[in-house]
Design a binder for this molecule. Structure first.
Ligand code: FMN
Length: 215
């Protein structure tokens, strides 16, 4: 097997075009083989010392997702309670959880909740460094899944509300038979589904703003 496959123009175009999708066709399911491929892409991402400090829940149950969307709405409000009210309203969008960005998990046929799964046996001289590396490793895996989904024509998004609702998630998921582990820390949820409409990628900063050469 070839150990290195140079990226071709299509691969690069795919990376450049990927964008978050926030409206999904609720009628078009994603089959389990595709979900497996997406998970494999997550695993293929680099992780510090190859420890793969993550765990994923693949949720299709709409009642469960609706409870998570409601908890997210409340959690975001709680998290941003000290903020300027107007800013919070704009960010959370509207006065019902159904209008919030998090409610897209009700449209998407599948949502992945990504956890950081800390390696409790692993010690590092600087515990904070270990923290950072585990966070980076989880994010790498998630981005890899976003790219894989995109390459398969599947839209995805990154919703950070799990950061704010750890206790609620634990309670909700417990009702669906999930045995919460003490080393789990919810990090993001990733709805997956076929896009309902054409997507527009938000503009990026100019390249000049993000790099300099040192020759
Ligand atoms: C750490 C992180 C947190 C994010 N949180 C949210 C979120 O809570 N809700 C949301 O709609 N998008 C969220 N996003 C998606 C960003 O808004 C999006 O990636 C960014 O605007 C660039 O757009 P693009 O991904 O379509 O290129 C998040 C992305 C990252 C990496």
């Amino acid at each position: 097997m070839k150990s290195f496959i140079p990226i071709n123009e299509n691969g690069l175009a795919m990376i450049l075009a990927r964008t978050c999708c926030r409206s999904f066709n609720p009628k078009k399911a994603i089959n389990d083989q595709i979900i497996e491929l997406i998970l494999k892409a997550g695993q293929a991402a680099p992780s510090a010392k190859n420890r793969q400090p993550y765990y994923f829940l693949i949720i299709k149950n709409k009642l469960c997702l609706s409870k998570i969307a409601q908890a997210s709405y409340i959690g975001r409000r709680r998290q941003f309670a000290d903020w300027d009210r107007k800013k919070t309203e704009i960010m959370i969008k509207g006065n019902s959880y159904l209008n919030s960005n998090d409610a897209i998990i009700l449209q998407a046929p599948v949502t992945i909740i990504a956890f950081r799964k800390s390696d409790l046996n692993y010690q590092e001289a600087q515990p904070n460094e270990l923290n950072i590396k585990e966070e980076q490793s989880v994010a790498n895996a998630c981005y890899s899944m976003l790219l894989a989904a995109w390459s398969l024509g599947i839209g995805s998004a990154w919703l950070c509300s799990p950061l704010y609702i750890k206790d609620e998630l634990k309670a909700i998921l417990g009702k669906y038979g999930v045995k919460w582990q003490k080393n789990w820390q919810p990090r993001t949820m990733i709805p997956l589904g076929y896009p309902l409409r054409e997507l527009t990628k938000p503009k990026r900063k100019s390249l000049e703003e993000i790099f300099q050469n040192i020759n």
